[in-house]
Design a protein around this ligand. Sequence first.
Ligand code: ZN
Length: 91
Amino acid sequence: MGIPAMDEIRKQRLQYLSEWVEHHCYRNREEIALSERCLCVGCGLWLVPTEIIKWYEDKHACCPDCGLTGVVVGSKSGIPLDEVRSNMKVD
Ligand SMILES: [Zn+2]
């Protein structure tokens, strides 16, 4: 036992964040409407709610840039979006 290695802590944090995102990237229309800003975890694009004009089955946000569904999360979720994005492999 002992103190977990840093990469193990980081791995757990990333797992925690990705599960958090999973719980907010679908059926999120109301939450996104209440958010100040949104992040696409598919392509890393920052969005404001009014930029999201396509909704899959009227419930799930679609990213206007990469076109994927289930990748947009809003700040209202409480997810630390900057941290999520900083862990993405995007510019
Ligand atoms: Zn996107």
